[in-house]
Design a binder for this molecule. Sequence first.
Ligand code: ZN
Length: 238
Amino acid sequence: MNGPEIHVEFAPELALFVQRALRRTLVTDGVSSLGHVVESAGVPLTEVGALWVDGREVPTSYVPSAGDRVEVRPVERPQRVPGAPLRFLLDVHLGTLARRLRLLGVDTAYESTDIGDPALAARSAAEQRVMLSRDRGLLRRRELWAGAFVYSTRPEEQLQDVLDRFRPDLRPWTRCTACNGLLKEATKDEVADQLEGGTQRSYDVFAQCTQCGRAYWKGAHHEQLVAIVERALTDYAS
Ligand SMILES: [Zn+2]
């Protein structure tokens, strides 16, 4: 390329994506949009809050010209996703995060098999779900309803990141962690066939998934789950 030179400054929050210096001069082709230029530098547009050129905000379709001073700002937190209730779709690598979001009552679709990027993007669009992924290629797909990069590889930090960014309404203990279905109260008799002898005797607070029928009770892992819920409510309940 030997087109116009522009000066670009990426926000420090985007350093992860930018292979070289945050401030640099880029040579553009004179026809590509600024959105394309930013993506080509490695930054998913899902992580860009606003693009500014010489002190004014421009759309991603803006075609830069010689000497432009471009500022690439990070997405604002909390991030509003207008147009539909906030719900998510997680890729195959984010199973633990999916279960934790469901534990908090956040509408979270997840498939444990890899259905491929085109199918994921299509589902995000069809169901108006925010696609969460660590795959930048997936986040570049135009069909996505909305998307967000998940910054950490650790489920605990992933959960903090998503709650901090989107501030979803939390309704703990209302969704099935296995299938995302809504839970209803159930009697011991209704779920008796899923209970082992010890559980039958020891517990009597039960819920059942309206989708898959799975029974829930205050069982062995409950303390750990309570801790996750308590922390989320303390930090993020609105
Ligand atoms: Zn279920």
